[in-house]
Ligand binder design. Sequence first.
Ligand code: PLP
Length: 351
Amino acid sequence: MQEHPETTAITAGRPDVAPDASLNPPIVLTSTFHSDGPVGYGRYGNQTWTALEEAIGALEGAPTLAFSSGMAAISAVFSILPIGAPVVASNQGYSGTMTLLKSFQESGRLEVRFVDIVDTQSVIDAMKGAALVWIESPTNPCLDVADLSTLIGAAKKLGIGVGVDNTFATPLVQRPISMGADIVMHSVTKFLSGHSDVLLGSLSTNDAVLRKRLQDARSFNGSIPGPFEAWLALRGIRTFPLRFNKSQESAKTLVPKLAAHPRITRVRYPGFGAIISFEVDGTAEQTQKVCESSQLIAHATSLGGVESLWERRRRWPIESSSVPEQLIRLSVGCEHVEDIWSDINTALGVI
Ligand SMILES: *Cc1c(COP(=O)(O)O)cnc(C)c1O
C-alpha cells in the first residue's frame, strides 16, 4: 500500500535510526566541510537542505532541490533554456513570474507565448516548436485551473518539457510528476512552510540530467537556501497536511457565505485549496478600505500560513491589469472559521 501523504509529511527527511540519534535533522551551520567528502563547500550542499529535499521529494514523487525562494527556483528553470527559446506560459499568474517572463520577452532572452491557460486547445496550438510549457495551476490570484493531464499529455507527445508551479494546489491536491510533468516547482514559502516566517523554493524532477543542470544553476547562481530556513520549512512540513486540510475545510465553509453576501459580486474558488478570490461591489478605494478594516485577518501579502491574510492585489503596481481592481485574495488560515467569517462580515460592513 502506498503511504498516505499525511504520514509521509511526518516520516520523510529524518536521520537514520540509531541509539541516541536525534529524531530531527540538525541545523548544519557551516560554510565548509573537511575535505574528501562528496560536498566540500556550503554552496554545493548541506545536510539540512538534504533533509528538506527528501521530505518535499517524497510528497511530490521526485528527487528535489531546495532554493533560496520560489522565484529563485523559477529563475533556475528559465536560466537553463537557450537564448530565444520559445516558452508557453499563462498570460495570468503570479506577478513575480509574469514580471520575469515579460522582461525576458522584452530583452529577447526568451520568446514567451502568453496563452489563456483555461483554453486548452489554444495552449496546445501554441506548443508547436516550444522548448518548455510553464503551467501555474490554479493561478495566482485569479484561481484559473488548467486541464493539467491533457496539457501534459499533448506536450509529451510533441516532446516538449513541462514545468508546473504547484504552490496553490500542493501535493495533497495534485501531483503533476505522476501525470508526466518534468518539473514541479513550489514556493515553499507558502503552504509547505506554513508559518509566514521563511522564504524558500523547490524544484522536483525525475530526470537526472535535467536535475544536474538545475543543481549547477543553483550552485553557480548561488541561489541556495540557508540551513536555518531549510530546517524551519521542514518543521513546517510536519503539520502541512493538518494545516492545509483545516484551511481548505474552512475555505469551503466560507465560499457560499461570501457568494451570498450582498457586497460581493463574484467569488472565485476552484473547489479545493485554501485561497479564495472575491470581488467587492465598490471602488478600488472601498475595496482597499475593507482590507484595512479587518481585526483578525492580517492585511498583508503572501499566503499559505496559519494566519489568515488578505489584500487587494491591484495595490501592487506589478499586478496584471487583467486582475480586477476590486479583487481581494484571501488566504484562509487555521483560526476558527466563525471568527474568520465574523471578521470578513464586519470589514465588509464599513463600505
Ligand atoms: C509566492 C509565489 C511564488 C514566488 O515564491 P517566493 O517564495 O515568494 O519567491 C511563485 N508562484 C506562486 C504561485 C506564488 O504564490
